[in-house]
Design a protein around this ligand. Sequence first.
Ligand SMILES: C[S@@+](CC[C@H](N)C(=O)[O-])C[C@H]1O[C@@H](n2cnc3c(N)ncnc32)[C@H](O)[C@@H]1O
Length: 235
Amino acid sequence: MLLLKPKQKYITNTYKLLELNKLEKKHYFYLNKYKFIVYPNVFSPKYFPFGLCFSKRLLQIIKNNSQVLEIGCGCGIISGYLGIKNKTLKITAVDINKTAVKNTIANFKAHKLKNTKVFYSNVFSKIPLEQKYDYIFWDMPFGLTNKRKLNNLEKAVFDYNYNSISRFFKNSKKHIIKGGCLLIGFSNLIGHYSLLSKLAKENNFKLQLLTLDKDTIIEGRKKADMRIYKASIVI
Ligand SMILES: C[S@@+](CC[C@H](N)C(=O)[O-])C[C@H]1O[C@@H](n2cnc3c(N)ncnc32)[C@H](O)[C@@H]1O
């Protein structure tokens, strides 16, 4: 049962952007000088530029030689940028959208990234049990919705009752190396921080705000609120 109300104003705006995203054919996007292809039906940084900010921030946060898992890689822009800029990282990228998986593989190949794995997974469903990471990152679909059936593009921005986010917390513990953490890309404007922190607490995680960006990335968009939270297991 949904106790919090979805934020209707943001849902309406997000649907407008999703419509534009849906009309896109194959297109390209630049992050600094690095070119990324975006396939149709994949969450596009052209309309949702959070990944641009998160990738630069993560580069500062993530230490050399780390094992990194990105849940929900989309076109692969975040993991791709990390892999290009820090060759010491071992990166695994997964997504529930099979076209996103193919898209990320194409971008990793174009940038000749080594030490990477990309495959389909519904949160941790296909992550081998014994596999552990220093950092598990998700630019998550923080739009709360009470709509149960979502298409692939909707799933990129909305989560029914925060069910996937709940599983993210619940199933992550066995995949975090001692001293490792979850990193969460979030917006308190669109997302429901109270629900995020409730889920973190219920699963024995402590949340800490690491970065907050409020700059306008795309012309015409005045307000942004892009945060990275660190979630560490409470011992
Ligand atoms: C906000 S988008 C981020 C995409 C990309 N990382 C970026 O920043 O451009 C969220 C991504 O999570 C994926 N996703 C949604 N639910 C998922 C789930 N249950 N398991 C794995 N990935 C999921 C979506 O398909 C989408 O690619």
